[in-house]
Structure formats: C-alpha cells, structure tokens
Design a protein around this ligand. Structure first.
Ligand SMILES: *Cc1c(COP(=O)(O)O)cnc(C)c1O
Length: 409
C-alpha cells in the first residue's frame, strides 16, 4: 500500500524541524545591545559599518567594500558609479531575482536577457557574447544558488567586448571559482543580507571592489551625493540615502564569523544528500569541478517529470512543503513576470516599455530549467543525518505516490 502524501492528509515525512533560520545566539544579542547603549546608531559616529566593510573585503580578498541598505540598491548604486545610463545595454541572465534586471531599468539603461547554462542556471557566457551590440556597456552575471559562474570565461568576455562587470553575488558570500573569489576580477560584486540569505540582518547589502575611485563614487551615490566625512554640504552628485545602520552592521559582523563553518557544513550536507539520494528520475545538480568554494545558498534538485507521473515543478514543491521540506520553485524567467508581460510600468518610467522591447528575449534553456528544477533551502543542508533521511523519504513518498496512483489533474 502506498503511504498517503501529506498534501492529501497523510502524515508528513518530516518529524522535526530543520535548523531554524536566521541563526543567532547571545553574541548577536550582545552586539545589538552594545550598539544600543553606545548611542552610536549611524555609521558616521560608530565604527561597526566600517569594521564590517573591512572584514567583508578581506574575506573576498579585495581592497574595498561599502555597506548599503540592501542587495537591490547595491546593484543600482554600482551601475550609477560605473556610469551606466541612457542608451546603454546591460546583459543580465534570464534567471534571477527581479532586482538584477530592474536595477538596470532604474538607471535608465536596457536589460538584455541572456539564456542560461542548463547545468548551473548561471548566465551562458557564449550566449552573452552573441548578445553584445555596440551599445552593450556592462554585464551582470548572477552566481545562482551560490555557484560561481565561470570567472575566467567572464574575464575573457569582458576584455573582448570591453564590458564592465558587476557580479550579483547575493547568493554567493565567500564563493570562489578556481581559487578566485567572486568580485576579485570585476568592476564590482554586490551582495544581499536579506533574511533568507547566508548571513543576514533582516536587510542589508554590500558592494566590493578593487578600485578605490569606484568605491568612492558608490559612496557618493549611497550617501546623498557626498563623502562620509564631509561636513560642509559638499554634495557633488544626485544620490540617495542607502546607508547601512550600525545595528545591521553589528549583527552582520557576528554572522560573518560563522559564514565559513556554516558553508563547510552546507557543503558536507550536500555531499551526504547527493550520495544517499537514490530515487529514479531525481538528482542534485553538481557544481562544476572548477568551483573551489560553493556557497550552497540552495541545493538544486533536477527531476524528470516522466518519472513523477508528469508532476509539475509547482506540484512537486507543494508536495514537498506539505511533507515538511522547505522546497520552492525556481525564479521564473524575469521577462515572464507580470510587470514585464503586462508592461505595468509607472508613469515616471516613460522609457521603460521601449527599453524592454528593444530586444525580445528567447531563452529556451531558462524555460526548460524552470520546468524540471526544484530549489531546496539551505536549511536542508544544515540538517543532521535524520533531517537528510526524512528529506529523501519525502521525495521517495512522492515518487511512489505519483507512480502508483493516477496523475491528479
Ligand atoms: C536577494 C537578491 C537580490 C536583492 O537583494 P535584497 O537585499 O533583497 O534587495 C538581488 N539579486 C539576487 C540574485 C537576490 O537573490
């Protein structure tokens, strides 16, 4: 007899919760209280943001970093500082969180959607090369799921076409390709510390760069157009206020001290899960062997719908969630999001319709990727042996149910 799925009222495969996220202990409590009592709550009178910037830059082996409010403005500010604007085209992968593309629109440039590699979901750099026109100024690769894209090929692409590179490393704190950290070879890399990310203060972001003048321009745009130490209202560009607060920075400094161990633990969890997962039609997507540090923001599960009675990605994710496994569908191709499909742009974005339509996207790999890939949250990889067994059991239950009973409509 097949066991009923939790989705249909059966007992969930998961009997206890995965480790909670975000993780914290008394060190975060002390860090927050220390800032509170110091009354140094913003960066100009405190030292937490500056210290975090130094520590985060050191982790990536780069010289400079700038803390900002979130990963979305980090990309916008990096584009502004790079001088990207009207008339410029910027290559972005078809699969990412929407901010990768909307940041380009926010500076009045045109995002050009590039298809992805079928194995990693990262931007296909050959396709990127084909998408270059005389107007292409920059490329924003995304290290999807914490898997760095091919940084060597990326450098070659950038050199060949004279492109600026801004890596969207929101998933990839500390990741490395062939011993080269993300961000080290590019104009900049940007990070997010939003609640789901690998280190977090609820919100937060960072820009890193080897280029002092570039980081200084970022600082201008993120600090209402003036440098942090300016006291004479010397506003030289039109910027915004994207400063990180000292509370955020203090939390993030503690979170950063755990990043290495947690990344090791996720890598070990991935290896175990991969070795023990032996169910027809499903496997984990493995990192490229040249990756020397995968951040494992997600474990990506590739499945063959035929082996699961024609189950859709969404149906699979719903069934896993009901079993107690934090699974989700991947990002849809950005150009399919309602705001793009319905052209639901605000009046102030007068040029956006035209910008998006200049280049009609056609990304078959991205379309195929999202139909047979599931995302497992990084909490799964931090689980113990029992957690991993129950995760596998949940997948097995679904496999049995989908093969033993008719496919639900
Ligand atoms: C989270 C995320 C962002 C945006 O970061 P926020 O801090 O949420 O603004 C950008 N790009 C990718 C790939 C992300 O996952």
């Amino acid at each position: 007899m097949t066991e009923p799925l939790a989705l249909h009222g059966g007992k969930p495969a998961k009997t206890k919760d995965f480790p909670a996220w975000p993780y914290y202990d008394e060190r975060e409590e002390h860090a927050l209280m220390d800032v509170l009592h110091s009354r140094a709550w913003w960066r100009n009178v405190g030292h937490q943001t500056t210290a975090l910037e130094q520590e985060f830059a050191a982790l990536h082996n780069v010289r400079f970093a700038l803390g900002v409010m979130n990963g979305t403005v980090a990309i916008e500010i990096a584009l502004l500082a790079a001088g990207i604007g009207d008339g410029d085209e910027v290559l972005v992968p078809a699969l990412s969180f929407i901010s990768t593309a909307t940041a380009v629109l926010a500076v009045n440039a045109t995002p050009v959607f590039v298809d992805v590699d079928p194995h990693t979901g990262c931007m296909d750099l050959d396709a990127a090369s084909c998408a270059v026109t005389p107007r292409t100024r920059a490329v924003i690769p995304v290290h999807l799921a914490g898997h760095p894209c091919d940084l060597d090929a990326l450098s070659l692409l950038a050199r060949k076409h004279q492109l600026l590179v801004i890596e969207d490393a929101a998933h990839a704190q500390g990741a490395a390709w062939a011993d080269q950290h993300v961000g080290a070879l590019s104009t900049a890399a940007t990070f997010s510390f939003q609640s789901a990310k690998l280190m977090t203060a609820g919100e937060g972001g960072m820009i890193i760069s080897q280029d002092e003048a570039f980081i200084e321009r970022c600082q201008l745009f993120a600090n209402c157009g003036r440098l942090h130490h300016d006291r004479s209202y010397n506003h030289s560009v039109i910027g915004t206020n994207a400063r990180l607060s000292e509370f955020h920075a203090a939390l993030l400094r503690v979170q950063l001290t755990r990043l290495k161990d947690q990344t090791d633990a996720r890598a070990a969890g991935f290896a175990q899960l991969s070795a023990r997962l032996d169910i027809p039609g499903v496997r984990l997507l493995h990192p490229d062997p040249r990756v020397t540090r995968h951040a494992f923001y997600l474990a990506m599960l590739r499945f063959d719908p035929q082996e699961f009675g024609g189950l859709s990605c969404e149906g699979f994710a719903n069934a896993l969630q009901a079993e107690g496994i934090p699974a989700s569908i991947p990002y849809p191709p950005i150009y399919h999001l309602p705001v793009f499909e319905r052209q639901a742009f605000a009046p102030r974005q007068r040029n956006t319709r035209q910008l998006v339509h200049q280049r009609a996207p056609h990304c078959p790999n991205a379309e195929a990727f999202v139909q047979r890939t599931l995302w497992l949250n990084h909490r799964v990889l931090l689980g113990d042996g029992q957690d991993l067994s129950e995760c596998i059991e949940a997948i097995r239950k679904i496999h049995v149910a989908m093969n033993g009973s008719p496919v639900p409509a």
